[in-house]
Design a protein around this ligand. Structure first.
Ligand code: TYD
Length: 221
């Protein structure tokens, strides 16, 4: 597993960078830090996120993140995230990469493996089929995994302003669900060593921010 200190082992090939982790892990703040760093380096970047980017995403996000509804099931969730992602790749990510922008994406298909797979218990091979079809070969070059005890993450989300947090029904799931997600992410990192950097997100914000900058400076060199 590649941890922060040897992150220089990951070589830059392309510019698709994904931020992943449990709820409240600080990845959205890290994405903003990354965007600021790239702007200072005069590197053009596109910031994006899942779920909810692009035309289809805008329609799906309130449905996906809304309160429990009669239609809700793990499979329906999987397919909705898959549809959101397929639209996102086609409309936003692929065109941006083709125009040589760096893409900074808050959550991608690892979230589906962690949340719907490890969290909800959906069959991992089914998830792989849906994910592979949705991304059509557009895979990240670097994944920053913000590892954190979910209890700390959930406490952080409770402190957020309601406008920041939105209506995310996943944050209301029990701790066991979030613990499975954390383990799922760590397992994923073990199976994709070549592109994961694990960042210890339990530290002070400034320390995490410095770690992100260090990793990216190595990567973009
Ligand atoms: P969001 O408001 O974007 O919050 P966060 O800052 O945690 O990313 O909510 C996205 C929620 O959707 C989050 O709880 C994780 C969940 N999710 C999945 O369950 N599966 C997925 O494939 C994705 C992309 C997100």
């Amino acid at each position: 597993m590649i941890v922060e200190k040897n992150s220089s082992e990951i070589k830059r090939e392309n510019g698709f960078i994904v931020f992943e982790g449990v709820n409240g892990c600080g990845k959205s703040t890290a994405r903003k830090t990354a965007a600021r760093l790239l702007a200072e380096m005069n590197i053009s970047a596109v910031e994006t996120f899942e779920p909810g980017s692009g035309t289809l995403g805008g329609i799906l996000r309130p449905l996906i993140l809304g309160e429990k509804a009669a239609w809700r099931s793990p499979i329906a969730e999987l397919l909705l995230f898959g549809a959101d992602r397929a639209g996102h790749v086609t409309e936003v990510i692929k065109p941006a990469l083709e125009e040589n922008h760096i893409v900074l994406c808050d959550r991608y298909y690892y979230s589906t493996v962690a949340f719907q797979g490890y969290g909800r218990g959906v069959d991992l091979s089914l998830i792989k089929t849906v994910n592979d079809s949705a991304v059509a070969g557009v895979v990240p070059d670097l994944v920053l995994l913000f590892d954190l005890d979910p209890l700390i993450g959930l406490k952080r989300t409770l402190r957020r302003a309601p406008s920041e947090s939105g209506d995310d029904s996943f944050e209301k799931e029990d701790l066991a669900f979030h613990n499975r997600i954390r383990s799922g992410y760590l397992e994923l990192a073990r199976t994709a060593l070549e592109r994961f950097v694990i960042i210890d997100a339990s530290r002070e914000l400034q320390v995490v921010e410095d770690a992100v900058i260090k990793v990216l400076e190595h990567y973009l060199r």
